[in-house]
Design a binder for this molecule. Structure first.
Ligand SMILES: [Zn+2]
Length: 334
C-alpha cells in the first residue's frame, strides 16, 4: 500500500470514536493473526520443499485460494495443493478465531460460555469438534522418554457413552440403562471399567495410555517403550512392572502401601496426586467424558499438570512439528 494511502487511513482513524476504535483494534488484531498463520503455513511448505503427493522436490507457487491460502504446484506430478495440507488448519475457516479459542482453552471455559460470554458464533457441535480436533493432535504428540526415578500405576475409569444416541435410537450401549454422569471408579475390571496405565518421572514427564486389557504383557509392553534404560521404576508388586523393568534394563522398587514408604523412602504419591487431578478434570470439570475421547482428555490433563499454556506455541508444536515458530511474530492471544 502506498504511504499516502496509509497516512490517509491513519488520519481518518484519528476521528473515530473511542468505542469504535476498540472494535477496529480487535478487527486488526485478528487480521494480523490470520496473516501470521498464513505466512507460517507457507514457510512450512517452502522449508520442506517437497510435494506431499509424490515427494519430489520441484514445487512452485501457484496463486492463492479464496481464503487467502497460498497454493503450490508440483512440477513433477502436476498436482496442486494448499499450504494447509496436512495441518489442522486444513479446511478450517476463521483461523484467527481458532487461536483465540485455544488461548481461552487453558482457562477451561465451557463451550456454552464461549458462545454466550466470548462472542463465538459457532454452534456447540462445531466448538466441540474444534476441541477434539485440537486435543486429538495433542494426545498423539509423542511424549518424552521417562528417566531417573519413575512412578507407575494403573488407574480405572468408568466407561461412558456421554453424547451417545444409542438410548434414543433403541440401541443402548452395553445393553444398560443410562446413568448419572461422572462418578468414581471402583477397582477391578468389569465391562464398566476402562483400565489405563500412567507413569511419571521427577522431571515432570508424564505418559498415560488407555489399555485394551490388564494382562501383564500388555502393561509391560507399554511401559518398557516409555523408559530410558538404567532408570528406577517404583510401583506396586504387579509382575508386569517387574517384567518391564528387566526387559528395559531398569531397576524395580516396590512401593509400600498407598500411604507408606519402603526402605528406600519411595512411594507412588506423585502418581496418586496426578490421578486425582485427572479425575477432577474428567469427572468434575467436564462432568464426565465419553470413553472414546478419554485419551484426548489425558493429553489435556498432562498439559495442565506441566503448566504449559494452550496457545500458538502449542499449536505449532502439534501441527507444524518441523517448523520453529520463533521467527514468527505472533500477537498474544486475547
Ligand atoms: Zn508431486
Amino acid at each position: 500500500m502506498a504511504n499516502t494511502t496509509i497516512q490517509h487511513l491513519m488520519n481518518r482513524l484519528r476521528k473515530v470514536a473511542a468505542r469504535d476504535l476498540i472494535a477496529i483494534e480487535s478487527f486488526v488484531a485478528e487480521l494480523v493473526q490470520t496473516n501470521a498463520i498464513s505466512v507460517a503455513l507457507e514457510r512450512r511448505v517452502e522449508k520442506t520443499d517437497s510435494c506431499p503427493i509424490c515427494g519430489e522436490k520441484r514445487i512452485q507457487k501457484w496463486g492463492k485460494s479464496n481464503a487467502g491460502t497460498q497454493r503450490f504446484k508440483c512440477r513433477d506430478c502436476g498436482k496442486t495443493f494448499g499450504a494447509t495440507n496436512g495441518t489442522a488448519f486444513y479446511r478450517l475457516r476463521r483461523r484467527a478465531l481458532w487461536t483465540r479459542y485455544l488461548g481461552l482453552k487453558g482457562q477451561h471455559i465451557s463451550l456454552r460460555d464461549l458462545q454466550e460470554k466470548h462472542g463465538f458464533k459457532q454452534s456447540l457441535s462445531t466448538l466441540h469438534r474444534w476441541r477434539h480436533r485440537f486435543l486429538a493432535s495433542l494426545a498423539k504428540e509423542p511424549g518424552d522418554k521417562l528417566a531417573g526415578l519413575i512412578e507407575a500405576d494403573e488407574k480405572f475409569f468408568r466407561t461412558s457413552f456421554k453424547g451417545s444416541r444409542g438410548w434414543r435410537d433403541g440401541n443402548a450401549p452395553q445393553q444398560r440403562k443410562p446413568r448419572k454422569r461422572g462418578g468414581a471408579s471402583q477397582r477391578g475390571l468389569g465391562q464398566e471399567q476402562v483400565p489405563t496405565l500412567t507413569a511419571i518421572d521427577r522431571s515432570g514427564v508424564i505418559r498415560q495410555v488407555r489399555l485394551p486389557d490388564l494382562k501383564w504383557l500388555t502393561i509391560a509392553g507399554e511401559l518398557k517403550s516409555w523408559v530410558e534404560p538404567e532408570s528406577v521404576i517404583c510401583s506396586d508388586g504387579n509382575l508386569a512392572y517387574k517384567t518391564a523393568t528387566i526387559q528395559s534394563g531398569c531397576e524395580h522398587i516396590v512401593a509400600k502401601g498407598r500411604q507408606g514408604h519402603n526402605a528406600a523412602g519411595l512411594s507412588i504419591g506423585r502418581i496418586d496426586a496426578y490421578h486425582r487431578d485427572v479425575e477432577n478434570l474428567i469427572n468434575r470439570r467436564c462432568m464426565g467424558v465419553s470413553t472414546r475421547y478419554l485419551m484426548n482428555y489425558f493429553g489435556w490433563a498432562r498439559r495442565m499438570k506441566q503448566h504449559k499454556p494452550f496457545g500458538n506455541e502449542c499449536l505449532w508444536k502439534c501441527y507444524c512439528p518441523n517448523v520453529s515458530s520463533d521467527n514468527l511474530l505472533f500477537p498474544a492471544s486475547h
